[in-house]
Design a protein around this ligand. Structure first.
Ligand code: BDR
Ligand code: CA
Length: 319
């Protein structure tokens, strides 16, 4: 199984990603690092611990990291994830507790202790990941790669051009891209496609199984947002797709592309991608160093990921 550390801002779809990761035999979750994003840091930690109860998970270390982006104050995403971060879903309180150390220290310890290189999976603003790479540069020696949900080569969501995770902490995303660790971008190009049909979500809500019910409720939250809004608010599995990318990369069309993060102006937080097949004038003018190469997911076999998601969670019969 692939040893992974999840960095989350749980978060309706982060919750589904955690449940998927714990259920998939090809993924070994070493620990979970929390960051402010969809909700405040305290909420994110609490939501994450409660979701571990839903999964009936063994003790997995969870720790709190940054409560705000590197430069700016935290900004709420309550309009998408509700005030609690889990929409209208209310989970019972948990006896689980977060580690007493910061998630930056937790990640470093887990990376140092792992016999195999660790894959970091960023499902949130990349503040914690940037702090890890800056505070413990030796970490890179035992990181396989960083797979992150974030960015877009086309449309944005936080703004017309910027995706939420990168927009929330653009400097952090730039530090991660510049770290020398191989990066894989699971951005809105694919994130916005993988949706569970509404009737399947409704069937899950009615289910006797707690996991099925919780997943159904999380999907329904997203679908409810769609009423009167744009079509991208469907039953997206969201962040869980970045974990599908770990275990079934062949369902994606990807390309190695020059990538950079826009840090100023209206485009702040936008990921710029150079799709030209021949080096442009800027590169000839010596600006090539301002780009980092990243593997970027451009298209996805939607049915395959819907099936993978439901089957892994034992919900395939709902399709
Ligand atoms: C990303 O932002 C959050 O709303 C989601 O959890 C996802 O990680 C999508 O832009
Ligand atoms: Ca997230």
């Amino acid at each position: 199984a692939i040893p992974v550390i999840l960095d989350v801002d749980t978060g309706v779809d982060d919750a589904m990603a955690i449940l998927f990761a714990l259920a998939h035999p090809g993924i070994n979750v070493l620990g979970i690092s929390c960051v402010a994003g969809n909700a405040s840091l305290e909420r994110v930690v609490d939501n994450t611990l409660r979701i571990l109860d839903v999964a009936d998970a063994p003790p997995i270390p969870v720790a709190a990291g940054a409560r705000r982006p590197l430069l700016e104050p935290a900004r709420s995403a309550a309009h998408v994830h509700g005030k609690s971060g889990l929409g209208t879903l209310k989970l019972p309180p948990t006896d689980r507790q977060a580690e007493a150390i910061s998630s930056i220290d937790l990640m470093h310890r887990l990376i140092q202790a792992s016999p195999h290189p660790v894959t970091l999976v960023g499902l949130a603003p990349q503040t914690n990941l940037a702090l890890l790479l800056r505070q413990y540069p030796d970490s890179v020696n035992n990181i396989q790669r960083i797979v992150f949900m974030g960015g877009s080569t086309t449309v944005g969501n936080a703004t017309a051009v910027a995706e939420f995770n990168v927009w929330h902490d653009p400097e952090a995303a730039a530090i991660v891209l510049d770290s020398g660790v191989p990066t894989f971008m699971y951005g809105l190009d694919v994130f916005n496609q993988v949706a569970i049909p509404e009737q399947v979500a409704n069937a899950l809500v009615q289910s006797d199984s707690n996991v099925a019910h919780v997943i159904g409720r999380l999907l329904s939250n997203r679908i409810a947002l769609g009423a009167g809004r744009n079509a991208e608010y469907t039953g997206l599995i969201g962040d869980a797709g970045a974990l599908c990318a770990l275990v079934d990369p062949d369902a994606l069309q990807t390309a190695m592309l020059p990538l950079r993060v826009q840090l100023s102006g209206y485009g702040r937080g936008q990921t710029l991608v150079d799709k030209r097949t021949h080096p442009g004038e800027d590169i000839m003018h010596g600006l090539a160093g301002e780009w980092e190469a990243a593997e970027v997911a451009l298209d996805v076999d939607v049915d395959r990921y819907v099936r993978l998601f439901l089957d892994t969670l034992g919900l395939g019969s709902a399709l």
